[in-house]
Design a protein around this ligand. Structure first.
Ligand code: SD4
Length: 338
């Protein structure tokens, strides 16, 4: 009797807590992406549809020029894409990394999840898979990305993102040999809000079904083949409808070492509220890399959400978007970094 009363109040609490559901939340002020995801949910789509449509909107809009085609050219001038999508009910995941020639990276990630028994495909083979699945092969280079690339080449800042190497004396662009002292572009990691942007998105429906996903063109001037945190499960995003969901953005080379999205979800599973879970995930990284560039968004099983970011000169406040049944539209939110 006591137990069923308990259950009754728990159900009541969950229902009440669900009043602002459905929910869409995404990193950065990418309003059109939030709106696309919200529209997908409102027109009867699933949370996976919402995450896919939302991230795809960013890929087409080139959100900030740093998601999708024509952004973040690598060291050879090519744009490559990373993306993932996760179903928080079935725990299925699809991911692509170092994807070339295909604009709709999140769509390919979903095809990996739903049309194969695999979880992640990478590089040229991922592109061939996408072509075989009917995705159009297109040049991801634009005049803007060519311009960014040639400006960077002129800066003579190679070797780039390498350490302990020195360039061939006849060229600044490799081949490189080992060197005792550390050498990097201008002597420091060039990772900040300008070299980076990722859409990370969480969607949740009125039944508490959660999905999460990411899409990015990674890091400007990266070494070809470099894959960041975004397509890595538990790093870029994680969703478990029985615990919560999280998505991260920032310096993936650092962040992926700590699986911040997985950590935040596990903390929420153990009762932490979303803001506290987000903060703890950032704190864990800060312990080792106090000046890393990064942020995370979190949502729990009752549809409450939060965000946290590491305070660095280029990021003192983190902006993210939310749409829920209360707002019925995409609303800009911000959190001060700590
Ligand atoms: C990466 N995390 O490839 C991505 C980029 C990013 O905000 O999130 N920028 O490292």
């Amino acid at each position: 009797m006591l137990l069923s009363l308990h259950l009754f109040f728990l159900m009541l609490y969950l229902r009440l807590g669900h009043t602002s559901l459905p929910l869409v939340i995404n990193t950065w002020p990418f309003k059109s992406a939030t709106a696309a995801a919200w529209h997908a949910l409102q027109s009867g789509g699933s949370v996976l549809d919402a995450v896919e449509k939302g991230c795809a909107r960013c890929e087409m809009d080139q959100c900030d020029g740093t998601v999708g085609f024509g952004g973040s050219p690598d060291e050879t001038g090519e744009t490559t894409l990373d993306a993932m999508i996760m179903n928080g009910n079935s725990m299925e995941v699809g991911a692509v990394a170092d994807l070339r020639r295909i604009k709709n990276a999140i769509g390919v990630a979903r095809a990996v999840m739903e049309r194969t028994e695999h979880t992640m495909l990478v590089g040229e083979s991922a592109s061939v898979f996408a072509e075989n699945m009917g995705f159009a092969a297109e040049d991801l280079t634009t005049n803007e990305s060519l311009n960014v690339f040639s400006q960077w080449l002129k800066g003579n800042c190679q070797p780039n993102y390498r350490k302990n190497v020195s360039p061939d004396p006849s060229t600044s662009c490799g081949p490189y040999g080992p060197k005792a002292a550390q050498t990097q572009c201008n002597g420091e990691r060039q990772v900040n809000i300008h070299s980076h942007d990722t859409i990370g998105m969480i969607a949740m429906d009125t039944d508490g079904h959660m999905a999460a996903g990411t899409s990015t063109n990674g890091l400007s001037h990266k070494v070809p083949g470099r894959v960041g945190d975004s397509p890595i499960i538990g790093a870029g995003a994680y969703a478990d409808s029985s615990a919560g969901a999280a998505a991260a953005t920032g310096d993936g080379d650092i962040m992926m070492r700590f699986l911040p999205s997985y950590l935040a979800v596990e903390l929420m599973r153990n009762g932490a509220d979303p803001s506290a879970a987000c903060k703890s995930a950032i704190s864990r990284i800060k312990r080792h890399y106090s000046d890393f560039f990064g942020a995370i968004i979190c949502a729990n099983t009752t549809g409450h959400y939060g965000a946290a970011c590491n305070k660095v000169p280029s990021l003192t406040e983190f902006h993210y978007m939310v749409a829920d049944s209360e707002s019925d539209t995409a609303v800009l939110k911000s959190v001060p970094c700590f």
